[in-house]
Write a protein that binds this ligand. Structure first.
Ligand SMILES: NC(=O)c1ccc[n+]([C@@H]2O[C@H](COP(=O)([O-])OP(=O)(O)OC[C@H]3O[C@@H](n4cnc5c(N)ncnc54)[C@H](OP(=O)(O)O)[C@@H]3O)[C@@H](O)[C@H]2O)c1
Length: 191
């Protein structure tokens, strides 16, 4: 699932200005929506011995690449003790900064900050969840720049090429491959 704030059809220059409402909707869809769906499905997945969760993320959520805010980088990059609650707290902190017009002052990403934060939070959630449920293969993957509505079909890859990574991960029910981030079909890093 995704939501990116965009104006009517047009060029990249027309990516709309982020408001509190668009940022909130973006986080609700890309982060909280995934969490709620996951929580609802976990009891069913636990009945299976080959369960997989594939969270469709984006390279913009990589910490060094997309997140200039040092605290966010530290919290979301804490692989040893990262917990879901901390990811939630950070997302709430971001939303409060949006509300107070402090996005720039608090060094959040300058453009598309809600989308970027939603994907960084999704990545961190993926890692925390994989620790909580070691018997489920839980990973995040970026399809890479793919021709779909989100970019008004300007992407480099066809839909079939973009779908390859998520589909391959969905067909890999090996819980030893878990808590990882992939770029298309290649193993990558969260930072
Ligand atoms: N395409 C790329 O270059 C690219 C790159 C990196 C990551 N991604 C990620 O890949 C995933 C798939 O995106 P896509 O490229 O396939 O984009 P897309 O063609 O624009 O599809 C987005 C999907 O999200 C649904 N959606 C949007 N807002 C929603 C909401 N509030 N509640 C429920 N569903 C909502 C849309 O439903 P409707 O059709 O009903 O509106 C649509 O099915 C997203 O997570 C995106 O962030 C894409």
């Amino acid at each position: 699932m995704m939501q990116l704030q965009r104006s009517n059809a047009g060029s990249d220059n027309e990516v709309v200005k982020q408001t509190y409402e668009t940022a909130r909707d973006c986080l609700k869809t890309n982060y909280y929506g995934v969490k709620q769906l996951t929580e609802a499905l976990i009891p069913l997945l636990q009945k299976s011995n080959s369960a997989t969760i594939v969270n469709v993320s984006s390279s913009v959520g990589k910490l060094r690449f997309g997140i200039p805010n040092e605290k966010a980088k530290r919290v979301l990059g804490d692989t040893d003790s990262l917990r879901e609650e901390e990811v939630d707290n950070l997302v709430e902190e971001f939303m409060e900064d949006v509300k107070q017009s402090l996005v720039e002052a608090k060094v959040w990403p300058a453009k598309l900050s809600a989308y970027i934060v939603s994907k960084a939070a999704l990545n961190a959630y993926t890692r925390a969840l994989a620790k909580t449920y070691p018997d489920i293969a839980i990973n995040a993957v970026s399809p890479s720049f793919t021709r779909t509505d989100i970019n008004e079909n300007t992407g480099m890859l066809t839909v079939e090429e973009g779908a390859k990574g998520p589909v391959e991960l969905a067909w890999l029910p090996d819980s030893r491959v878990s808590g990882l981030y992939f770029e298309q079909t290649e193993l990558s890093t969260f930072d």
